[in-house]
Design a protein around this ligand. Structure first.
Ligand code: HXC
Length: 262
C-alpha cells in the first residue's frame, strides 16, 4: 500500500482547472504495469472520485512509452491460482468503474496491458509516432484485462484478430482510422491537447458528464460482459502451459521463444 498518497510509480498533478494528471513513472521499464503501479492508479482514482474539484483525469506516460504492458518479470512465477486470486483484478475494477471521464495522452509504445489501460480510458489522444498492439501471443498468453473484448468492439473483428493473433503493432494513424484513437497530433502536443480537452470537459455540468459517460459505456462495455469472464479464465488457464513459461523466459533472456504446444 502506498502511504498518504506518497506515490512511487506514478506522479500526480492537480491544477486549479478541475483536471487531475496521472503520469506513469517507470521510464526504465517503459512504464510496465507492475502491481504497485496499478494499485497507485486505483488509489489516485478513488481519491479523485471523492474530490468534488476534479472533473476529469488525464493519464499519460512519457515520450518513449505510454506503457509496454504488464510487467513481464512479475508474471514469471505466477500459477493459474495466483492469476485467479490476483489483487490486480480489483485495481482494474476500480479503473473500470471510475465515474468521471478519463483521457489518455499516448506517445510511444502502447502495448498489452498498456493498450488495455488506454482502452479503459474514455478518449484516446495519440502522438503521430505512437504504436498500439496486443503482443501477449509472443509470450504464449492472451490479453487479460479486457483486450480481446474492447479491442474487437473498437476496431472490429478482423483488425483485432490480426493484432491479437500475430502480435503486430499498428500506427497511430491506423488506430485513429479504425476508431481506437479519437485524435492524432504531433507528439510534442499530445499532452497539451489532452489537457485542453480535459479542461473543457471539467468545465461542464459534473452530473451530466458522469451520466453521459455511463450511457456511452452501456453501448460499448455493456456488450462485452460474458466475453470478459471468458477471457479472464482463458488467461489464467494459459499460466499452466510450458509455452507461457518459455515465452516469458525468452523475453527476459532477450531471445525468440520456441513454442512446442505443451
Ligand atoms: C517488463 C519491460 C516490458 C514489460 C519493456 N521492458 N517492456 N519490462 N515488462 N512489459 C523493459 C525491457 O526489459 C528493458 O529492460 C527496457 O524495458 C527497455 O525495453 P527494450 O526491449 O530494451 O526496448 P526496445 O528494444 O525499444 O523494445 C521495446 C518493446 C519491447 C518493443 C516495447 O520492450 C517489448 O516487446 N516489450 C514487451 C511488450 C509486451 O510483450 N507487452 C505485453 C506484456 S503481457 P532492460 O532492463 O533490459 O533495460 C501483458 C499482459 C496483460 O501486458 C495482462 C493484463 C492482466
Amino acid at each position: 500500500m502506498t502511504q498518504d498518497g506518497a506515490f512511487k510509480d506514478i506522479i500526480t498533478e492537480r491544477g486549479e482547472d478541475g483536471v487531475l494528471l496521472i503520469r506513469l513513472n517507470r521510464p526504465k521499464a517503459l512504464n510496465a504495469l507492475r502491481t504497485r503501479l496499478l494499485e497507485e492508479i486505483a488509489e489516485a482514482l478513488l481519491a479523485a472520485g471523492d474530490d468534488g474539484d476534479v472533473g476529469c483525469v488525464v493519464i499519460t506516460g512519457d515520450d518513449r512509452a505510454f506503457a509496454a504492458g504488464a510487467d513481464i518479470g512479475e508474471m514469471q512465477d505466477k500459477t493459474p491460482v495466483d492469476v485467479v486470486r490476483d489483487p490486480r483484478a480489483a485495481h482494474w475494477a476500480t479503473i473500470r468503474t471510475f465515474r468521471k471521464p478519463l483521457v489518455a495522452a499516448i506517445n510511444g509504445f502502447c502495448l498489452g496491458g498498456g493498450n488495455e489501460l488506454a482502452m479503459h480510458c474514455d478518449i484516446l489522444i495519440a502522438g503521430r509516432t505512437a504504436s498500439f498492439g496486443q503482443p501477449e501471443i509472443n509470450l504464449g498468453i492472451i490479453p487479460g484485462a479486457g483486450g480481446t473484448q474492447r479491442l474487437t468492439a473498437m476496431v472490429g473483428k478482423s483488425k483485432a484478430m490480426r493484432m491479437i493473433l500475430s502480435g503486430e503493432r499498428i500506427t497511430a494513424e491506423e488506430a485513429c482510422a479504425a476508431g481506437l484513437v479519437a485524435e492524432v497530433c504531433e507528439p510534442e502536443l499530445t499532452l497539451e491537447r489532452a489537457m485542453t480537452l480535459a479542461r473543457v470537459i471539467a468545465s461542464k455540468a459534473p452530473l451530466a458528464v458522469e451520466l453521459a459517460k455511463e450511457a456511452v459505456l452501456a453501448a460499448s462495455d455493456g456488450l462485452v460482459k460474458d466475453g470478459l469472464a471468458l477471457e479472464r479464465k482463458a488467461f489464467a488457464l494459459l499460466f499452466a502451459t510450458e509455452d507461457r513459461r518459455e515465452g516469458v523466459r525468452a523475453f527476459l533472456e532477450k531471445r525468440p521463444p520456441v513454442f512446442t504446444g505443451a
